[in-house]
Design a protein. Structure first.
Length: 688
């Protein structure tokens, strides 16, 4: 085997050249790989002894994709497009031998080969849409020519990979190689059969696109309008597939290139690529001693079988981890267990799990009224009422019951984890694990590091989050941590705006147009206006209190800030408008016209300001962690990259100027964060 360069090898066996990439960890198509491949293919094409070529990869995967760290930078290394043209136009058969994942540019590499074989566990796909991009090396033109326009649209705008078995049925893969068989040898054998049978050199570019009617594209846009709202990449992909269906290959590829360049240079893709790296950075814990081991978590206890506790339990049951769930009343326990079962059975009814899967998960659940049943668990997560006295009493009991070395976690949304830990004799074992509702669906987990939380406990909480499919972010102790502390700023401004002159539906419309799934008042109606409200102590001091006093408690009562019909469709409420006008008059507030720009600035910029304070105080490790919290926990539009990235796209100076303008209306004690001022004066960014 001859080394072409540091990562590409070429060997020849019985007339078949084998080109192997060994660029760990995922054989990304970076410049050094492209250079090596270009040289290797030229050598193989020019060698009269070589009759066929097999392209394969060492390590755990085939080419997993392009090197996205190169995007937006001056080009270097060999051109991928030129390499693809050379492979597809070759007069010798080229076979791609695929294992692991063949995604994005990696799968486009496989598509320019004349044949593709794969192990059954391999996955292929074009997921560029998740980075705000489209396949930019001919993938939008080749994929429809194999699978048809409809399937290509689905695959590329959804971004989900397909397994090799499904790929075989779709024509993406020509042959499956049994798991465990030598893939290199199988590739050589397949190439020899191609030669012996004198099979043609199949060039996808010469094929036609099935099913690309104008009606298909119109119906696809209509059916996916809600899912694609605000995103630029899905529409660009649709236009590329339209080009594939109506234009010669080269013209379609030119359209693809033009649309790709527009996306890669745009803010949306920059934001989505930033979030790709930010999610991975969030897993890194500042100040953690090197080599810190995690504590084993093989059995979990959860206290509280309500919506949150039950949802948390499902995360562990889904991973095969036994859960003991504790309640104080049998009726509440039965109701919680029944809800968990119902959730699983609904999933089974949709074909996403079998009834056996349901029973296996339920078989791992032990419901009990006895707190002592938690004596042998490795991790306890309490999900009880958000009341400090209750939590401290509970943790004192756990301290006496749970075995030494177990992690004691609180699902608190706001409360001081240090104070909770003070109720135990082992504050080093206490950590916050703040799940988001519904806990079995939402991906975010805020891991709250207390002043005395041991390094291995923090590492364990983060690792547990990863194991159960969460994106875990470290937060420090303060009221509301990262997400809810910033949310309070948005909510305060939303409430102020409706007294000053806007109405709830004005505020919600601006928030929705910005990209949130719903505005603050829709969200309040959905959650229930009576969360934390008490009829006995209500004094009608806020709009929310007065709505609750009229039994307008949100969607569940058919009325809140909005009126709702039997199907929970909302409509603007004349009663609420009058209530707001009367309240403002009672408080002596002179209402005025408020434009959409002010609404947006007052919803978003105080959040950015609070984020700057959170950074300065060390509550968040890095600006990107704040953005991860808001993307995965609060529905911030991913194509805007989170509030701190958004501040950078607007510019800190503009944010400061707007905050200064609105300062008299931003509430008593409002102050612009020193860090935000510093960035504005220096022309710097929160994010790299």
């Amino acid at each position: 085997m001859a080394a072409i360069n540091e990562v590409i090898d070429l060997s020849v066996e019985d007339g078949v050249a084998v080109i192997t990439s060994n660029h760990q960890p995922v054989n990304a198509l970076s410049a050094i790989v492209r250079d090596g491949l270009t040289a290797a293919f030229e050598q193989a094409f020019g060698d009269p002894a070589v009759q066929a070529i097999v392209l394969t990869c060492a390590g755990r995967t085939f080419f997993a994709g392009a090197d996205i760290s190169e995007f937006g930078k001056p080009p270097k290394g060999a051109s991928l497009h030129a390499l693809f043209d050379r492979i597809e136009g070759a007069d010798k058969p080229v076979v791609a031998a695929i294992h692991g994942t063949s995604l994005g540019g990696g799968f486009e590499t496989a598509l320019v080969c004349h044949y593709r074989i794969a192990v059954p566990s391999a996955k292929v796909g074009l997921p560029e849409v998740k980075l705000g991009l489209l396949p930019g090396a001919g993938g939008t033109q080749r994929l429809p020519r194999i699978v048809g326009a409809a399937k290509a649209l689905e695959m590329m705008t959804g971004g989900a990979p397909v397994g090799a078995k499904a790929g075989l049925a779709m024509g993406l893969v020509d042959e499956l190689v049994p798991e465990g068989e030598n893939l290199r040898a199988a590739g050589i054998a397949f190439a020899k059969r191609v030669l012996a049978e004198k099979r043609p050199l199949r060039k996808i570019r010469t094929m036609s696109v099935a099913g690309g009617s104008p009606e298909l594209f119109a119906e696809f846009r209509k059916a996916n309008a809600k899912a694609f709202r605000g995103f630029e990449a899905p529409e660009a992909i649709i236009q590329c597939v339209e080009a594939a269906a109506t234009l010669p290959f080269d013209e379609g590829q030119a359209a693809e290139r033009r649309l790709f360049m527009g996306l890669v240079q745009g803010v949306q893709s920059q934001a989505q690529r930033y979030m790709f790296f930010s999610e991975r950075a969030a897993a890194k814990i500042d100040g953690l001693p090197e080599g810190t081991a995690v504590r084993p978590v093989k059995k979990v206890g959860i206290i509280g079988a309500g919506t949150m506790g039950g949802g948390i339990a499902m995360n562990f049951l889904n991973r095969g981890i036994p859960v003991t769930i504790v309640e104080t009343q049998q009726a509440a326990l039965d109701r919680g267990v029944a809800t968990i079962r119902k959730n699983y059975e609904n999933t089974a009814a949709k074909g996403r799990m079998t009834q056996d899967d349901v029973e296996k998960r339920m078989g791992l659940l032990t419901p009990t009224l006895d707190l002592n049943a938690l004596a042998d668990v490795d991790l306890v997560i309490e999900a009880v009422f958000e009341n400090m006295a209750i939590k401290k009493e509970l943790f004192a009991k756990l301290d006496a019951i749970v075995k030494p070395g177990a992690v004691l976690a609180s699902n608190t949304s706001y409360l001081d984890v240090n104070e909770i830990a003070s109720a135990t004799k082992r504050p080093q074992d206490v950590v916050g694990m703040h799940f988001f509702s519904p806990a079995n669906v939402m991906k975010l987990l805020e891991v709250v590091r207390g002043a005395k939380t041991a390094p291995d406990v923090l590492a364990t909480a983060m690792e547990v989050g990863k194991q159960i499919g969460k994106v875990a972010v470290v937060a420090g102790v303060c009221h509301g941590f990262i997400g809810n502390r910033m949310l309070a700023q948005r909510q305060a401004q939303a409430n102020a705006l409706i007294l000053e002159g806007a109405l709830p539906w004005d505020v919600d419309r601006v928030a929705f147009d910005f990209g949130w799934p719903m505005g603050p008042f829709q969200m309040s109606d959905l959650a229930g206006l009576d969360i934390g409200w008490s009829k006995e102590t209500s004094k009608g001091a806020t709009i929310r209190e007065r709505l609750c006093e009229q039994d307008r408690r949100g969607q569940k009562t058919g009325a809140g800030f909005y009126d709702y019909d039997a199907k929970r469709n909302r409509s603007n409420s004349a009663l609420v408008e009058k209530l707001i006008l009367d309240f403002a008059a009672e408080k002596g507030i002179q209402r005025r016209q408020i434009d959409d720009q002010e609404i947006l600035e007052r919803l978003v910029y105080p959040m950015i300001n609070e984020g700057a304070k959170i950074l300065s105080e060390g509550i968040a490790q890095r600006a990107s962690d704040i953005d991860v919290v808001w993307i995965y926990g609060y529905g911030w539009p991913v194509y805007r990259g989170g509030p701190m990235f958004y501040a950078d796209t607007v510019g800190a100076a503009k944010v400061v100027a707007a905050l200064q303008k609105h300062a008299p209306r931003l509430g008593e004690g409002f102050a612009i964060a020193p860090l935000l001022r510093e960035l504005a004066q220096a022309g710097k960014r929160f994010t790299g």
